[in-house]
Design a protein around this ligand. Structure first.
Ligand code: NAP
Ligand code: MG
Length: 401
């Protein structure tokens, strides 16, 4: 069989721990035998990020801007425990934070729904897609430990040197402060990508913030969405028979649980981080959630929503068997390959991506799955496979198709 040719390279960002192990097996078993895979490889593994003073993350982001499509493996965001483990020079920032700060845009996260893995929330019938703003707020915050009594203020100095001050707090003892920011331009492109994605997928769009408490910060998000909706999207939404709906974040949470699903829920950066894990777990497994960063210039970066599955990796290092679910990582590859195929008009590449996704779902629905799914499936006669055998089972399904 002749391999599928590619014309433009995909930006490939390798990562850490168990997902780095899966990454290689996926390439060897499911991609390289079928595709003349063209990638520009960046090693975002923590060791190499440390060696390059994190320059590799910046280079990978710039390459993504250049080529338009990237696929990324999960990566460690270092915390205190990682400093001695990897003998780090610095507690490097979250690679995803760096990538998002360079590319801007919105992260859309949707669960992969399969028969036999039923949502914990019984009313949910359709997937719920989380649209997470990918710029600013707590991910770009400046923080300070306040050692003792004193005054903390927000100071803005305009181009002419005029100052505007707002008191944060008069401390009479030690404490902490944090300064967050966002950009109207980024919020505008967040709004537009959400409205466009809703029109593309013909789903209602919900948006929620805490504007009652945050009367300037969160309220600006609400106002920008409403202005753009009224000026640019209202008629298109009405024609498509879909709705834009704003509500407070706590009200939204209650409504989401009571809903049947089948809509996009747009949220700020932190809310999206937390809520997407909740939605993914309630739909079945964190390992069944895909994630795509869509930048305003039409750049796409695909990845799994879960992390590096550290606990499994430590078992793997001890030589113990692991049963780590590779579905979301496989779908990151298929998403990126399909997008590359669309942009370069390589029909075979798009068809291959469809086929690999179908084979993955058919393998699970046929009763072969990893342990996380085997524990919660409603199917009978299930075979629990280890990390590598599950990927090989998908290959066998694909070869039969
Ligand atoms: P995690 O890697 O998502 O794993 C949390 C737990 O969820 C696992 O211990 C496992 O549960 C289950 N799980 C997640 N993915 C799974 C899969 N594919 N197959 C089977 N089970 C899966 O989160 P974490 O342990 O909190 O974080 C580990 C590292 O990942 C951290 O260094 C963090 O910085 C990083 N991280 C990276 C990204 C990213 O690159 N996008 C996102 C989140 C976290 P059991 O152990 O019970 O089996
Ligand atoms: Mg998270």
């Amino acid at each position: 069989m002749e391999k599928i040719r590619m014309t433009t390279p995909l930006v490939e960002m390798d990562g850490d721990e168990m997902t780095r192990i899966l990454w290689q097996i996926i390439k060897d078993e499911l991609l390289l035998p079928y595709i003349d895979l063209k990638t520009e490889y960046y090693d975002l593994g923590l060791k190499y990020r440390d060696e390059t003073d994190d320059q590799v993350t910046v280079d990978a982001s710039l390459a993504t801007k250049k080529y338009g499509v990237a696929v990324k493996c999960a990566t460690i965001t270092p915390n205190a425990a990682r400093m001695p483990e990897y003998n780090l020079k610095q507690m490097w920032k979250s690679p995803n934070g760096t990538i998002r700060a360079i590319l801007d845009g919105t992260v859309f996260r949707a669960p992969i729904v399969v028969k036999g893995i039923d949502p914990t929330v019984r009313t949910w019938k359709q997937p719920i897609t989380i649209a997470r703003h990918a710029y600013g707020d707590v991910y770009k915050a400046s923080e300070m430990k306040i050692p003792g009594p004193g005054k903390a203020e927000i100071v803005y100095t305009d181009a002419q040197g005029h100052e505007e001050r707002v008191l944060i707090h008069e401390f009479d003892g030690p404490g902490i402060v944090q300064g967050q920011h966002n950009l109207c331009g980024s919020i505008e492109s967040f709004a537009r990508s959400c409205f466009n994605f809703a029109l593309d997928t013909k789903q209602d769009l919900w948006f929620s913030t805490k504007d009652t408490i945050s009367k300037k910060y969160d309220h600006t998000f609400k106002d920008i969405f409403q202005e753009i909706y009224d000026a640019e999207y209202k008629e298109k939404f009405e024609a498509a028979g879909i709705e834009y709906f704003y509500t407070l974040i706590d009200d939204a949470v209650a409504r989401v649980i009571r809903s049947e699903g089948g809509f996009i829920w747009a949220v700020k950066n932190y809310d999206g981080d937390v809520m997407s894990d909740m939605i993914a777990t309630a739909f079945g497994s964190l390992a069944m959630m895909t994630s795509v960063l869509v930048a305003p210039d039409g750049t796409y970066e695909y990845e799994a929503a879960h992390g590096t599955v550290q606990r499994h990796y430590y078992k793997y290092l001890k030589g113990e068997e692991t049963s780590t679910n590779s579905v979301a990582t496989i779908f990151a590859w298929t998403g990126a390959l399909r997008k590359r195929g669309e942009l370069d008009q390589i029909q075979e590449l798009c068809a291959f991506a469809d086929k690999l996704e179908k084979a993955t779902i058919a393998t699970i629905e046929g009763g072969q799955m990893t342990k996380d799914l085997a524990l919660i499936t409603t199917l009978d006669n299930v075979t629990t496979l280890n990390s590598e055998d599950f990927i090989k089972a998908i290959r066998a399904t694909m070869d039969q198709m």
